[in-house]
Write a protein that binds this ligand. Structure first.
Ligand code: GLN
Length: 535
């Protein structure tokens, strides 16, 4: 087993996840079996209980694990489905050590933070690699070097490097500020980051220099001399137009050659054709398609963060690129948005709680009446059902009981098996989570898009379309084109093409399975319809 650890220096948000995913993709393109893991420093046992404005999107895996959005990057870059074994947090690691201690697993020993916590971390990495049959595990450590929270994970790196010096490399992705045109890239913060790593007992083998521009020779020498690494081990990582250019850029500086040499692995032919083709496609995309996303998890102080909907954004991009277009995405605050008429397509993505619900319903009605392509994801689908119930069925205050417990018409209601859990306040990891099959009704928009009868998509919800209202909705013209195999749960709702160019909602999250190399069919259909309107 070989290990590539990735840590971040200077500040967060410099693209550690994309860098880790890219390193994985590059090594995979060289014929190695790769898997990727994320270690998050928080005490939450998983990401499921966190508000997206705190920590970005909650990504969901096939097995129902609610995890960090970086797992989404790994899946998209590696083209693989990962499992819960690829994700751990401080909370989950402590939880298993404590459980083992209760079972006398440590045979009467004093169980200590060091070495037992790092040993558990290493065990878990090995286990994930074993499950996936990987030769190389990419392990991204969350947080930034110098934080108290991730010190035990660095300790795991130290212990592993000590026992298997030829099997592990440490990559530091660090930020080089660039203050103005008359200035230079500054390396001092990176030097401090390396000293901090040194004080944790580890030395980086490779430094990825993230900056708005490429690192020049002079700065390369400076980093090399002051950070104690070879010049060739400094990899330049300037801003790029598309994240899928990152692997190509890293390879310009021969990152895989350097990593493989350090791991004692013989380099094999590299084949980044897939990424090169994609990159060319992005560059040559002439058409533009304007997509509005109506959500509520954007605001952070004075700033707007798109992180909460990262998979939705990526899925829109994948579909657009495949159709020779570039999306122009705009954020619309569900509680306060202007004229939707200027958009070629509108998405109402997933969400929770009552805030913003009425605004979203208004947006959906506008799209339905003005025939603007509309795509509802999970909450977006549920609220489309509420909107149609109010307007076409005349059920005045129809709603989801999540937003209004006292509604006369609970057209969206809690899943039966969720009731007890809510009553007990048993919230973590208890929704309907992960991949479930659904059957498509032939001749519908969904069935044509997928071009198959059975699908398998990822879920994360507590509520569903209330079966009591299904017949009425169908009479009003709604087509439930996707249902659970037993027919009980409504998985996709749509309006026929004769009525609307594209009006479709899914109870699941199609964005979680979209990939730049195989865009999701429903997103492709939605963008197709939006491009028609753009014309
Ligand atoms: N809040 C809704 C539910 O729990 C929708 C969830 C979502 O959009 N992921 O059913």
């Amino acid at each position: 087993m070989k290990y590539v650890f990735v840590v971040g220096g200077v500040m967060s948000g410099v693209g550690k996840g994309v860098a880790s995913a890219s390193i994985g993709a590059i090594l995979q393109s060289r014929g190695f079996k790769v898997t990727a893991l994320k270690i998050d420093p928080y005490v939450n046992v998983d990401a499921g209980t966190m508000n997206p404005t705190e920590h970005g999107e909650v990504f969901v895996l096939d097995d129902g694990t609610e995890c960090d959005q970086d797992l989404g990057n790994y899946e998209r870059f590696l083209g693989k489905n990962l499992s819960g074994a690829n994700y751990m947090t401080t909370g989950s690691v402590y939880q298993s050590v404590i459980n083992k201690e209760r079972q006398l697993y440590y045979g009467g020993k004093c169980v200590e933070v060091v070495p037992h916590i790092p040993l558990e971390v290493i065990d878990r990495i090995n286990n994930a690699a074993k499950i996936s049959g990987a030769e190389i595990a990419i392990v991204e450590i969350g947080g930034t070097v110098g934080e108290y929270q991730n010190i035990l994970f660095l300790e795991a790196v130290r212990m592993l490097k000590l026992s298997q010096p030829k099997d592990a490399v440490l990559v530091l992705i660090s930020y080089l500020p660039f203050l103005s045109k008359d200035s230079e890239l500054k390396t001092k913060p990176t030097q401090y980051a390396v000293r901090t790593l040194n004080s944790a007992g580890v030395q980086p083998d490779i430094i990825i220099a993230r900056a708005s521009v490429a690192v020049d020779q002079k700065r390369r020498e400076k980093i090399s001399f002051n950070c104690n690494i070879q010049k060739d081990d400094v990899i330049s990582a300037p801003d790029v137009e598309s994240i899928y250019d990152v692997p190509i850029n890293f390879e310009k500086d021969n990152i895989s050659g350097r990593i493989l040499a350090k791991l004692g692995l013989r380099p094999r032919e590299s084949d980044l054709q897939k990424f090169k083709k994609l990159s060319a496609k992005v560059r040559s995309a002439k058409k533009r398609v304007k997509i509005g996303i109506v959500g509520k998890y954007f605001g952070s102080g004075d700033f707007v963060l798109a992180d909460s909907y990262i998979s939705v954004i990526e899925a829109v991009k994948h579909a657009s690129y495949s159709l020779g277009a570039k999306p122009v995405i705009e954020w619309l605050d569900a509680e306060n948005f202007g004229n939707l008429g200027k958009y070629d397509g509108v998405i109402v993505p997933g969400g929770f709680g009552s805030r913003g619900v009425e605004g979203k319903i208004r947006a959906i009605r506008y799209c339905r009446e003005k025939k603007i392509p509309f795509f509802g994801l999970c909450y977006g689908m549920q609220l489309a059902v509420a909107e149609i119930s109010r307007d076409l069925l005349g059920l005045k205050d129809a709603n989801t009981t999540e937003a209004d417990q006292k509604t006369t018409y609970p057209v969206i209601d809690i899943l039966p098996d969720q009731k007890a859990r809510l009553a007990e306040k048993n919230m973590g990891g208890t929704m309907r989570l992960g991949a479930y099959p659904a059957m498509l009704q032939q001749g519908t928009v969904a069935a044509q898009a997928y071009n198959r009868r059975e699908i398998n998509e990822r879920h994360r919800h507590r509520y569903e379309v209330n079966p009591e209202y299904v017949a009425g909705l169908e009479k009003a013209g709604v087509v439930f084109s996707g249902r659970s195999p037993d027919g009980r749960l409504m998985e996709i709702m749509e309006l026929p093409r004769s009525v609307h160019p594209f009006f479709l909602g899914t109870q699941f999250h199609p964005e979680l399975k979209s990939n730049p190399f195989s865009p999701h069919p429903l997103f492709v259909e939605f963008i197709k319809a939006s491009l028609k309107r753009a014309k």
